[in-house]
Design a protein around this ligand. Structure first.
Ligand SMILES: CC(C)(COP(=O)(O)OP(=O)(O)OC[C@H]1O[C@@H](n2cnc3c(N)ncnc32)[C@H](O)[C@@H]1OP(=O)(O)O)[C@@H](O)C(=O)NCCC(=O)NCCS
Length: 177
């Protein structure tokens, strides 16, 4: 369980697993059973899932229940997934896959299409990156995406990540502490 921390991105209130981060517009918190319908609504969208091929389409109520259950039960210490909440509504996620042995973490983010282009991904991921560096012994955070996923690559750049490498399909960016 992560301990108390401070971060320039906002207020951090760890209460057991009930960690909350606040940014100018957003609440980032752990998942709740009440998130199922909001999750179904924004993830049931082929355009949203275009570069996330593991997300089934159509995205049913059963898929949403499994998604929320997974986010509530995966080990928080290594696989934290924050729910992004805007004005009381779940609109996306920021997650990390932490590799303690190598002091690295992979960053992921996904925002409901209705909220694209408003800087939400950058605002949310900035807070989670600050929290991760403050609470975990990390030397770097990395992310990857499809070479053609220009929006996601732009998010990585705006987060201060730098291009690391690519192959025909994927590009990798890194942010050092
Ligand atoms: C990728 C994603 C997270 C971006 O979220 P977002 O909140 O819209 O991102 P932001 O608003 O913070 O930034 C998007 C950037 O892309 C730019 N952008 C917007 N539309 C674009 C387009 N059609 N082509 C290129 N760039 C575009 C924006 O202008 C912005 O850059 P700027 O601020 O320099 O102008 C969002 O589109 C998403 O969740 N997609 C579905 C899930 C997904 O693919 N996740 C990433 C997996 S690697």
């Amino acid at each position: 369980m992560a301990g108390p921390a401070s971060a320039s991105a906002g207020r951090i209130e760890p209460v057991g697993r009930e960690i909350e981060l606040r940014t100018t517009r957003l609440l980032l918190r752990t998942f709740s059973v009440t998130d199922v319908e909001d999750a179904r609504a924004y993830r049931d969208d082929p355009e949203f899932a275009r570069f996330l091929r593991h997300i089934p389409q159509p995205f049913t109520r059963e898929h949403a229940e499994a998604f929320v259950t997974l986010n509530m039960t995966e080990p928080w210490e290594t696989m934290p997934t924050f729910a992004i909440v805007l004005e009381g509504q779940l609109i996306g996620t920021v997650n990390l896959e932490i590799d303690p042995a190598n002091h690295t973490a992979m960053l992921g983010y996904a925002i409901a299409r209705a909220h694209w282009g408003k800087g939400i991904a950058v605002e949310a991921a900035t807070a989670v990156i600050a929290w991760a560096f403050a609470t975990h012994d990390l030397a770097q955070i990395w992310a990857s995406t499809d070479v053609e996923h220009v929006r996601s690559r732009r998010v990585m750049e705006k987060l201060g990540m730098t291009f690391d490498s690519s192959d025909a399909r994927e590009v990798i960016y890194r942010l050092r502490r």
